[in-house]
Design a protein around this ligand. Structure first.
Ligand code: AMP
Length: 449
């Protein structure tokens, strides 16, 4: 229950209004120390409820005793890597702040600079991407001396995207006494460790196991494919025959995203494409249309779709296998949110197989092998599956012994398999694990963006 936290009554009212009943593990772990004013370094995935884990303590701190006071300067800053994520976070802040006098504003690239500068003078909480905020800082528009709370969300991704220096400068400009909350999806590399050392003061470290953050009720399947053209046919088949409300198809490159998008449009699927080369207008439109239901299918690359939170997203197709276990968790973390059912299907050709096996080992899962009778190809996985096809810590299913050959007799569409759903750890305690307990696969920079 959220009433277990010492939150201001106006925030508890908003939480109730939003029908949040049980706090998620990251909220249980992070909200109490954040309310005490501690600096935090939290490893938690998208979809885990991490936004509320920092927004509620932030608002609580700004509310103080709840008495309205004249706003003198910016009081909180939330930095995020992408525009979409910033927009979503603004919405979350506004939802939680709906019964308060606190005002939030958004500063991202691609919007009018002058009107942003004017807006900056009217808000308590600023949510933005580092590049544009630095431009405002350089123009003398950004008073950060009075900031009381600084949040660095998806810090690992901000570093991946080359924002380290900008983030560092903005953090240094928050020169008054303040609390810093740093969230990342992975444990990150030396760059992140350096940032943690520089911007956090005696932080409490909370690491929520990536696997435990996957949503219960998301089935995970693989379908083998011979080549990209075969994969395109499989995507069309799945989008035609699966039961879903909204779907995302992930590709590793924007060239493939555009190509697939073209094919799907030609087949009259209601589709949008989202990748790093799309301008702000296209991105907004894609997300809005998907949210409203005018578009049912989004083709996207990882960076462009990062942090997307769309209700009713119940099918994720990995056209290509993501390059790391963490990225896989991010992608499929979009389905089955807040208890809903979801289905994640990865299309695996010979170049994806080893990656898929290592992700199985990382997650200690064995994905359900599935094949589509009408589109069965010749590639069924490596010849010697004994060594490569078995996920650590999982039992092999009889029907799966040959990488899906036997299971292929009948397409497994719409047959939920409890055995392949992700199980959350038992009990209520958040799954905190040691640094060694979560050994992410090697992260690579997203090449496509
Ligand atoms: P996030 O990981 O912050 O992107 O949150 C994922 C989704 O879960 C968002 O739609 C949140 O509004 C929702 N959510 C977060 N915490 C809770 C909760 N305790 N109960 C129900 N929904 C939640």
């Amino acid at each position: 229950m959220f009433s277990q936290f010492a939150l201001h009554e106006r925030l508890l009212k908003a939480v109730a209004e939003l029908n949040f009943v049980e706090p998620t593990p990251v909220q249980v772990a992070a909200i109490p120390p954040a309310l005490q004013g501690r600096d935090l370094r939290v490893i938690a995935q998208t979809g885990s409820g991490k936004t509320a884990a920092f927004v509620l303590p932030l608002l609580n701190r700004l509310l103080g005793d709840g008495a309205a006071k004249p706003r003198l300067s910016l009081r909180a800053v939330i930095l995020l890597p992408t525009r979409e994520l910033a927009q979503q976070t603004l919405k979350e802040v506004e939802r939680f702040a709906q019964f308060t006098f606190l005002k939030a504003g958004l500063i991202t690239g691609g919007e009018d600079f002058k009107s942003q500068a004017a807006m900056l003078r009217r808000v308590d909480i600023l949510i933005g991407t580092p590049g544009r905020l630095i431009e405002h800082a350089n123009a003398g528009n950004l008073p950060l001396e009075e900031v009381e709370v600084l949040v660095l969300d998806e810090a690992d991704r901000m570093l991946d995207m080359g924002f380290a220096e900008d983030v560092q400068r903005l953090a240094e400009a928050c020169s008054g006494p303040h609390q810093t909350l740093l969230f990342s999806a992975t444990s990150g590399g030396s760059g992140l460790r350096e940032m943690v050392a520089k911007v956090l003061k005696e932080p409490q470290h909370l690491q929520l196991n990536a696997v435990s953050q996957l949503n219960e009720g998301t089935r995970q399947q693989i379908i083998t494919a011979d080549h990209n053209y075969h994969k395109e046919q499989l995507v069309e088949w799945l989008l035609t025959n699966e039961t879903y409300d909204k779907a995302i198809v992930f590709t590793n490159t924007r060239v493939q995203a555009d190509r697939l998008y073209g094919k799907l449009v030609a087949r009259e699927f209601k589709t949008f494409v989202l990748h790093g080369e799309k301008d702000q207008k296209d991105r907004k439109l894609a997300i809005e249309r998907l949210k409203q239901g005018a578009v049912k299918v989004l083709v996207a690359t990882d960076v462009a779709a990062r942090g997307l939170d769309v209700d009713g997203l119940d099918l994720v197709i990995n056209f290509d296998m993501p390059r790391s276990g963490d990225e896989y968790v991010h992608r499929i973390g979009r389905t089955g949110r807040a208890g809903a059912e979801g289905l994640a299907i990865s299309l695996i050709c010979h170049t994806d197989w080893n990656l898929m096996s290592s992700i199985e080992r990382y997650l200690k899962q064995r994905f359900e092998r599935r094949s589509i009778k009408e589109l069965k190809g010749s590639y069924q996985g490596p010849k010697n599956l004994k060594a490569s096809g078995k996920a650590a810590g999982t039992k092999k299913k009889k029907t799966d012994a040959k990488g899906g050959k036997k299971a292929a007799k009948k397409p497994a569409a719409k047959t939920p398999s409890k055995r392949n759903t992700i199980n959350k750890p038992k009990g209520d305690a958040p799954a905190l694990v040691s640094q060694d307990g979560l050994a992410p696969l090697k992260r690579r920079k997203p090449a496509a963006e």
